[in-house]
Design a protein around this ligand. Structure first.
Ligand code: PLP
Length: 436
């Protein structure tokens, strides 16, 4: 197909400047391993694992074969009151990676759906234990919890909420933890643990039994990589325990090895009550999300309903879609057989050295990082975010794909990256940043 304004116009791109894109389209037409290829045949190193989706590298034949075979055997099963073996196998495989008793898995089709599902599970749980008055939700400034209505209400990023955030009132926002005192800190900052006490203030403000759940990204990813201060997640957990509030970790970016362990909950040693996940669950090859739930929460909801009744009035036509389950199973097998989380852990110090090596550049305002995730913040230009958008296009033209948010480049290599590929990412970034 020829790419003209006319042929490009019908597709409305999400989270994009459609006019900029359509004036100068930058498309990917194929991918393999660590690389994409543009419509002009240009080879582009993937510095963000797609959109944090693809830690095993692109176009893995094991996943493509599994999806193809599944679609030829059983293409679709009604997800309500029916099932297929892959759904149960994948739930068990996910539950083998989640910490402690988070052993029940509810499937959906994206991170946004996982967040909205988690909101409903939290509310249904409290209702089932006769605390249905717990209607408040808590999240954080600068949070990103997807784009469905619940997740939008939880959002702490102004552009994502200003037109829509009022649709779901009753959300309180903790202050974010991006503190100037922690600037250029590798890993967890020493400052900011006391910000967790905002939760105590909310309890005092709305009442001890009014808050249903707190949503936290262990590392806030989409806002530009904010690593929690030391002790912060523990303090949030403690307050939740004291007041019967559920703690939800949104691990849509952190999950599946990004922080060195299967989930950031394990890396940071704090166990939430629910974990939302998506993206790397299928290595990005099929749309899929999931919520892992503690045993007691699952049982409370199930057992509160009469025998034979539907216990939880929620689900999607494509929950646990056979093709997505096949992709998920093939993905988790790759992670295990190739010890990809171990490889990611091994590569982490080299990657973080490379990223923090950029701090001598005059244009760099801050660098933050943990595991195979780093945010390099460029000093703002004329308007906030303008430089970030320009930087992304500049990097693409030099052969590097990186996701930017505002003025932050978010680097998240696949776990199969070689040191030479980390070097290449770093040198392209350095050259582009040196121009400011
Ligand atoms: N939650 C978090 C923490 C995310 O980072 C994202 C996406 O980046 C989402 C939810 C939404 O996921 P999706 O885009 O698959 O709906």
């Amino acid at each position: 197909m020829e790419l003209t304004l006319e042929t490009l116009e019908p597709h409305w791109l999400p989270f994009s400047s459609n006019r900029d894109f359509k004036r100068e389209p930058r498309l990917f037409v194929s991918a393999s391993g660590m690389y994409y290829w543009s419509q002009h045949g240009k080879k582009i190193l993937d510095g963000s694992s797609g959109l944090f989706t693809t830690p095993a590298g692109h176009c893995r034949p094991e996943i493509a074969d599994a999806v193809g075979a599944q679609l030829r055997t059983l293409d679709y099963t009604p997800s309500f009151m029916r099932g297929h073996p892959g759904a149960f196998a994948l739930a068990s495989a996910v539950a083998a990676l989640t910490p402690k008793d988070l052993k029940h898995v509810f499937f959906c089709n994206s991170g946004s759906e996982a967040v909205d599902t988690a909101i409903k599970i939290a509310l249904a749980y409290h209702l089932a234990r006769k605390e249905g008055q717990r209607s408040y939700l808590v999240s954080r400034e600068r949070a990103y919890h997807g784009v469905n209505i619940g997740g939008t209400a939880l959002s702490g990023m102004v552009k994502n909420r200003e037109a829509f955030g009022a649709v779901m009132p009753g959300v309180l926002h903790l202050r974010h933890t991006l503190l100037p005192e922690n600037r250029m800190t590798r890993g967890m900052g020493a400052n900011g643990v006391e910000l967790a006490d905002d939760l105590l203030r909310f309890v005092q403000l709305v009442g001890e039994k009014r808050i249903a759940a707190v949503f936290v990204e262990p590392i806030a990813g989409s806002t530009g990589v904010i690593v929690p201060p030391r002790g912060y997640l523990e303090r949030i957990r403690e307050i939740c325990d004291r007041y019967g509030i559920l703690l939800v970790f949104d691990e849509v970016i952190c999950g599946f090895g990004r922080t060195g362990e299967p989930f950031a909950a394990t890396s940071f040693g704090v166990t939430p009550d629910l974990i939302t996940m998506a993206k790397a669950l299928t290595n990005g090859a099929q749309p899929m999300g999931a919520v892992a739930v503690r045993d007691g929460i699952y049982r409370t909801i199930i057992e509160a309903a009469p025998e034979h009744a539907v216990e939880f009035f929620h689900g999607y036509t494509y929950s646990a879609h056979p093709a997505a389950c096949a992709a998920g199973l093939a993905t988790l097998k790759i992670y295990e057989t190739e010890d990809l989380f171990g490889k990611g852990r091994e590569l982490t110090p080299y990657f973080q050295d490379a990223m923090f090596g950029l701090q001598d550049l005059a244009s760099v305002a801050d660098i933050r990082g943990y595991g195979l995730l780093a945010g390099v913040e460029v000093k703002a230009g004329k308007a906030p975010g303008a430089r970030g958008a320009e930087l992304q296009a500049k990097l693409f033209d030099r052969g590097l794909h990186v996701k930017t948010t505002g003025d932050v480049a978010i680097i998240a290599p696949a776990f199969i990256a070689s040191r030479a590929e980390i070097d290449l990412m770093t040198s392209i970034l350095r050259d582009a940043l040196a121009e400011y």
